[in-house]
Design a protein around this ligand. Structure first.
Ligand SMILES: NC(=O)c1ccc[n+]([C@@H]2O[C@H](COP(=O)([O-])OP(=O)(O)OC[C@H]3O[C@@H](n4cnc5c(N)ncnc54)[C@H](O)[C@@H]3O)[C@@H](O)[C@H]2O)c1
Length: 295
């Protein structure tokens, strides 16, 4: 399904990103495996996981190259898009997946813990998305056929909330919204933008006490369970599907709804609501009318 397509995957060296790279290559894509090779809290290591994934893909008969630029580097992401196009002639998809955690309760969270998570997830997603979109906009304006696909990684923490992850959840929620806005802006250029919300036993999930199943049976938490959805989203065929969040839990794929207006109330006067009407209206909406106010 992905023959001839060129896709960049950030954080492609481990966990979910690695699984995505292998699935993309299996489906025929040329894969640029980006990974900085950092530790679970973003600290430097001696590892080069991107090279290992490239070797794996080449071993399968596929085409892949490694890249070690940090997604936090705006100019670096621009250079990555330019290099990819120079080497392979085009770019069809970007999968924003790189990231790490610095969990802490809000009252104790440091500025650095907040900034580092926003930088790698929210800004990192912006950086590559922005340069890919500039490339696709310019290609479309030059009369070329564009079939651009952006897949970014949100999280249950960003969609539904999770204790100890104000930094991460805020970044992940922002990523889901960024994809919605990107979808609206880029539709005219033949580009789709979607977000995925995985649940997988990677080293990241192990930090919250969930380990990979080593039994050899199909594993509900195998990162590879998410990858066919990512691979489909970058396909030519997926051009009709944009601005959505897909959550994958084992073998179940769900579409997550964006913020919607759940219910409303209005003032009696027809002008601005009064302070009394606010409490009363909210109680009424939530089905618990306050006693003595005739609700
Ligand atoms: N594992 C889950 O259940 C889960 C759930 C929801 C969302 N996610 C998201 O999925 C994505 C992948 O997570 P994972 O569980 O596979 O984690 P992981 O730690 O196994 O892999 C993340 C990879 O990103 C790389 N990376 C980190 N900072 C980078 C940077 N600045 N530039 C380039 N690469 C960088 C790391 O070196 C690592 O190889 C993350 O965005 C994560 O927030 C994971």
């Amino acid at each position: 399904m992905l023959d001839g397509r060129v896709v960049i995957v950030t954080g492609g060296g481990r966990g979910l990103g690695r699984a995505h790279c292998i699935e993309l290559a299996r489906a025929g894509a040329t894969v640029v495996v980006n990974d900085l090779g950092v530790g679970i809290r973003g600290e430097a290591t001696e590892e080069s996981p991107a090279e290992q994934v490239v070797a794996e893909i080449k071993g399968m008969g596929g085409t892949a190259i490694a890249d070690g630029t940090s997604v936090t580097d705006f100019e670096g992401m621009g250079a990555l898009v330019a290099r990819t196009v120079e080497q392979f002639g085009d770019l069809h998809g970007v999968v924003n997946n790189a990231g790490f955690l610095r969990d802490r309760m809000l009252a104790a969270m440091s500025e650095d813990e907040f900034d580092a998570i926003i930088a790698v997830h929210l800004k990192g997603t912006f950086n590559l998305t922005r340069h890919a979109c500039t490339y696709w906009r310019d290609a479309k304006k030059a009369g070329k056929k564009v079939s651009g696909r952006i897949v970014s990684t949100t999280s249950g923490a960003g969609l539904f909330g999770n204790v100890g992850q104000v930094n991460y959840g805020s970044a992940k929620s922002g990523i889901a919204t960024m994809m919605l806005l990107t979808a609206l802006e880029m539709e005219r250029y033949g580009v789709t933008a979607n977000a995925v919300s995985p649940i997988a036993a990677t080293r990241m999930l192990a930090t919250v006490g969930r380990e990979a199943d080593e039994s050899g049976a199909w594993d509900k938490l195998d990162p590879a369970n998410m990858s066919p959805v990512v691979a489909w989203l970058v396909s030519e065929e997926a051009g009709w599907f944009s601005g959505q969040v897909l959550r994958v839990d084992g073998n179940v794929v769900s579409r997550v709804q964006t913020w919607t207006i759940a219910e409303s109330f209005n003032s009696k006067s027809g002008e601005a609501v009064t302070i009394e009407e606010v409490g009363l209206g909210l109680r009424k909406m939530l089905g618990a009318a306050p006693r003595g106010l005739g609700g």
